[in-house]
Design a protein around this ligand. Structure first.
Ligand code: AMP
Length: 423
């Protein structure tokens, strides 16, 4: 036997017997996005590498260590997208969205690629859905977006999640704070782990994310918190967001140590974390990014957005038992007794399907007993067995699989029976 070729580490197959769960969530997401009047965008899987280094940030983990980049034939460096906001902003600028309307509410869904260390809830190819609002510098747009994310998890039935918010101030103010942070931490730099020593030089805010005990202690004892250094204007903005959230009854906690891993954020940032997940507990994250459109060559445009992981949502929903087994049930299974009735039976199957009921039948010419086992396995709601008698009389017994009871109906009226008996 030849060697088997396996899937790449950190990737996975979505198999035919589990895909219905994903599709159910995808359909619900689409409905919720349209309730909020967001429109979908689809951008290419790969982009020019400089799009990500210029937006996400040269020294972030994503750009520094995790990008799948390659040279194309023209020798230009391209990258499989590691996140979607940069692509959406690129498209926004390229297609002059601001000339079409001052406000754009956009959502997206698709696969992303990061060369991270795989673990539960962390993959190298993973799916995100997310949304962006362009064109509003007011806190009601931050809250529209947070409300949308919060509503998604609520409507999907999740219970164990918490919204965390923080403010990073604007760019200038943040660079002053970063100087202060560096000077306060300098005396302790040598005690930090190697990763943090590096981060100290290039991405000092990420020191707040280190899980190492020593680093954590240093941060707890010596790191000033950005929220204490906001300007009055930034504080007012943050307070307005909090009031608007309270107004909508959206519960939140302020996490003054939350910094998030991307450079482009300004002012408000947020995360929703699930208590049903392990160490990778962030269901989604986002915030305001008022400079990014300009940084990528567009006109100055205020914007706010979030991105959410699909896999973590699925894991959290499994943990909270939110998948309904009913979901995959087939409406009716049609057992075909023998070849004399095969042609007629195929017509009946087609007819029931044309009335929008899901139907499956046998393709292995097995015994009726084996077919009924199959009907059970496929969780059909009803089943029928078509034989010569049934075709001759034009009547058939429809069996209700949950209790075994039977109803005799005309073959022509099977769909009518189903519509009366399926909710
Ligand atoms: P980020 O784009 O890093 O802000 O991440 C937003 C969300 O995407 C996170 O809260 C996770 O739910 C999800 N996510 C990020 N990286 C991964 C990954 N490597 N594997 C699976 N989900 C991820």
């Amino acid at each position: 036997m030849k060697n088997k070729i396996k899937s790449v580490k950190g990737t996975y197959d979505l198999l035919p017997f589990e895909i219905h769960k994903w599709q159910e969530i995808e359909n619900k997401l689409k409905k919720i996005f349209s309730l909020y009047n967001f429109r979908e965008i689809r951008t290419p899987i790969f982009e020019k590498s400089k799009l990500f280094s210029r937006s996400v940030g040269e020294f972030t983990d994503i750009v520094n260590k995790e990008m799948y980049s390659f040279l194309d034939k023209g020798k230009e460096s391209l990258t499989l997208r590691p996140e979607l906001t940069a692509s959406v902003v690129r498209s926004y600028i390229e297609h002059n969205f601001q000339q079409i309307s001052p406000i754009h509410k956009i959502w997206y869904y698709g696969p992303l690629f990061r060369q991270e260390k795989p673990q539960a809830g962390r993959y190298r190819q993973f799916y995100q859905f997310g949304s962006e609002i362009f064109g509003s510098a007011y806190p009601e747009s931050d809250v529209e977006l947070i409300d949308l994310a919060y509503t998604i998890y609520t409507k999907l039935g999740l219970k164990n999640f918490t919204l965390y918010i923080n403010s990073l101030g604007n760019k200038e103010n943040r660079s002053k704070y970063i100087e202060l942070l560096k000077s306060e931490l300098l005396p302790h730099k040598n005690e930090m782990c190697d990763n943090c020593k590096n981060r100290y030089e290039n991405n000092v805010l990420r020191l707040f994310d280190c899980k190492n005990k020593i680093c954590k202690n240093i941060m707890n004892e010596h790191a000033p918190l950005i929220i204490d250094y906001l300007t009055n204007e930034e504080k007012d903005y943050f307070n307005e967001i909090k009031e608007l959230l309270e107004n909508l009854n959206i519960k939140y906690k302020v996490d003054p140590t939350m910094v998030r891993g991307l450079d482009y954020y300004t002012n408000m940032i947020f995360e929703i974390r699930s208590e049903s997940l392990g160490s990778q507990d962030a269901l989604c994250g986002g915030g305001r990014y008022d400079n990014l459109v300009e940084d990528l060559g567009g006109k100055s445009t205020s914007a706010v957005g979030f991105a959410a992981g699909m896999e973590r949502l699925m894991i959290a929903m499994e943990k909270e038992n939110l998948f309904d087994d009913e979901l995959n049930k087939l409406d009716i299974y049609v057992a075909i007794m023998n070849e004399n009735v095969r042609n007629e039976s195929m017509k009946i199957v087609k007819n029931i399907r044309s009335n929008n009921f899901s139907v499956d039948t046998d393709f292995q010419r097995r015994s009726v007993k084996a077919m009924m086992r199959e009907a059970n396995r496929k969780k059909a709601k009803f089943s029928i067995v078509i034989g010569e008698n049934e075709i001759q009389s034009g009547e058939i017994k429809i069996k209700t699989m949950s209790d075994g009871s039977e109803n005799t109906v005309k073959i022509d009226e099977i769909s009518e029976f189903l519509s009366q008996n399926i909710l």
